[in-house]
Design a binder for this molecule. Structure first.
Ligand code: NAD
Length: 479
């Protein structure tokens, strides 16, 4: 069985204790590889490698850093097929999604930050009375990047790219649930000639390897994407050593549909925003609010579209929804369907585990639509993170804003209306870091990305990410 290795000080090595964790193929429900069960000692080794590489990497000219990163991006593109296949196998997502979204975005992330550093400028303030100020943006040192399982290589590179572009060395940990593409990525970094110690990838559990990264007193900042509860634990730990932190956490996003919307476009996109990646995207719109006058029309059209939304093996071309990422996660999502029923909801589509011929042990479930629940019940307040949406009718803008803003989360929101004044009124009032009007998941990498309330702290994207990974130092000079 294939053994994944850590990438430390430029080499692929096993964990010091040589212990392993099973890695599952969710579409078959079978163990297909082994992951190093790294701990504090492995993280210490990775931090040491990062510290040793820092002086040289941070003083490497930006254009040279960019050159190496662009080579990594090119290698991702050249190995697109293998990476997309590995992502689908490791995560359970449809191959077409990995091919069209995950892997292209991974190379875009690297390319974007490799070139961004060449356009970054520093501030300067001239004081008339004979003093001049200029600001240096200096890399922090060794930083930690921890990512989740839903968009494995996509989110892993989204963190690593701005960190190394701005001259830091990195100790990174992908999710133990989906480690494979991070491992393949480490091979590409070696091939591209990334100097040893600049990026160190330590595989293992959150509670051991992840905790060791967050607690390490030589690590200066943590960039984390994952669940809100994990974010809370990490924030407490970071407080002990006053680490900088960027937290991208959970969501329970509203999808608000007004009667005057472009109906066909809305239905097509709502199918995506509900069930893409099996509903396992932090930006999915799991609460669908529909203006009362089109509620029945919406329901009929949405359910009809769902009939053609094929669930199946990720490698089948017809598949639009693959397997959920793990047995535990499938059970968690199904338990929310039971909760919805207990809370008085009616399942009007799906709701069940699915057995797929030839992949009987895979973690499949039907896309699920529930109605008849109040906006403030647990089903409508807690993050489910699976292919489950609820339908809730509304009458007025004021009412739907109350519903939409009622959760502890505030990551993204979608609004469907052809009335531009209303679109702007609503966008202004939503408690949300990102608002899409008449579209979903359209991303310009320069824009701020992140959530309000318990969806996170700080913003990623564009120069904001470079600012996070640098410390401004003001120099004041008399003349
Ligand atoms: P998770 O919080 O369980 O794990 C995320 C990462 O943190 C993993 O690598 C895990 O090993 C590590 N980890 C766990 N405990 C840790 C600890 N105590 N110390 C350090 N590291 C630890 O999240 P998940 O289940 O992998 O991902 C799903 C969650 O991620 C959902 O809540 C989803 O909304 C969220 N998410 C948010 C965004 C965003 O941009 N806001 C994007 C994708 C996913």
């Amino acid at each position: 069985m294939q053994k994944i290795e850590n990438y430390i000080n430029g080499e692929l090595i096993s964990s010091i204790k040589e212990q392993y964790i099973d890695n599952y193929n969710p579409s078959k429900g079978e163990v297909y590889s082994l992951i190093p069960n790294s701990d504090k000692d492995d993280v210490d080794l990775a931090v040491k490698a990062g510290e040793e590489a820092f002086a040289s990497w941070s003083s490497t000219p930006k254009v040279k850093r960019a050159e190496i990163m662009l080579k990594i991006a090119d290698l991702i593109d050249e190995n697109h097929k293998e990476l997309a296949h590995a992502e689908a196998l490791d995560n359970g997502k449809p191959l077409f999604l990995a091919s069209h979204v995950d892997i292209p975005r991974a190379s875009s992330n690297i390319r974007f930050f490799a070139t961004a550093i060449m356009h970054n400028a520093n501030e300067s303030y001239h004081m008339e009375e004979g003093f001049n100020n200029y600001t240096l943006s200096q890399p922090l040192g060794v930083v930690g990047c921890i990512s989740p399982w839903n968009l494995p290589l996509y989110l892993f590179t989204w963190k690593i790219a701005p960190a190394i572009a701005s001259g830091n060395c990195v100790v990174a940990k992908p999710s133990e649930v989906t480690p494979m593409t991070a491992y393949l990525f480490s091979k590409l970094c070696i091939e591209a000639g990334l100097p040893k110690g600049v990026l160190n990838i330590v595989h293992g559990l959150g509670s051991s390897a992840g905790d060791a990264i967050v607690s390490h007193n030589k690590i200066k900042a943590i960039s984390f994407t994952g669940g809100t509860n994990t974010g809370r634990i990490i924030a407490r730990k970071c407080a002990e050593t006053f680490k900088k932190m960027s937290l991208e956490l959970g969501g329970k996003n509203p999808n608000i549909i007004f009667a005057d919307c472009d109906f066909d476009n809305m239905i097509k996109t709502t199918l995506q925003s509900s069930f893409a990646n099996q509903g396992q995207i932090c930006l999915c719109g799991s609460r669908i609010f529909i203006e009362q006058s089109i509620y029945e029309k919406f329901k009929t059209a949405f359910l009809a579209k769902l009939e053609t939304h094929t669930v199946g093996n990720p490698f089948d071309e017809k598949t639009r929804m693959g397997a959920l990422v793990s047995k535990d996660h499938l059970e968690k999502v199904l338990s929310y369907v039971e909760l919805a029923k207990e809370e008085g909801g009616t399942v009007i589509f799906g709701g069940n585990k699915l057995i797929i011929e030839g992949s009987e042990n895979g973690y499949y479930m039907e896309p699920t639509v529930i109605e008849g629940l109040p906006y403030n019940c647990r089903t409508n307040q807690e993050e489910i993170f699976g292919p489950v949406v609820t339908l809730i009718p509304f009458e007025t803008e004021e009412e739907v804003l109350t519903y939409a803003n009622s959760t502890p989360y505030g990551l993204s929101a979608t609004v469907w209306t052809e009335n531009i004044s209303r679109a702007q009124r609503i966008a202004n009032k939503l408690d949300s870091g990102i608002v899409w009007v008449n579209c979903w998941l359209v991303r310009d990498l320069r824009t701020p990305f992140g959530g309000v309330k318990q969806s996170g702290l700080g913003r990623e994207g564009g120069f904001r990410a470079l600012n996070f990974f640098t410390e401004p130092k003001n120099v004041c000079m008399a003349y």
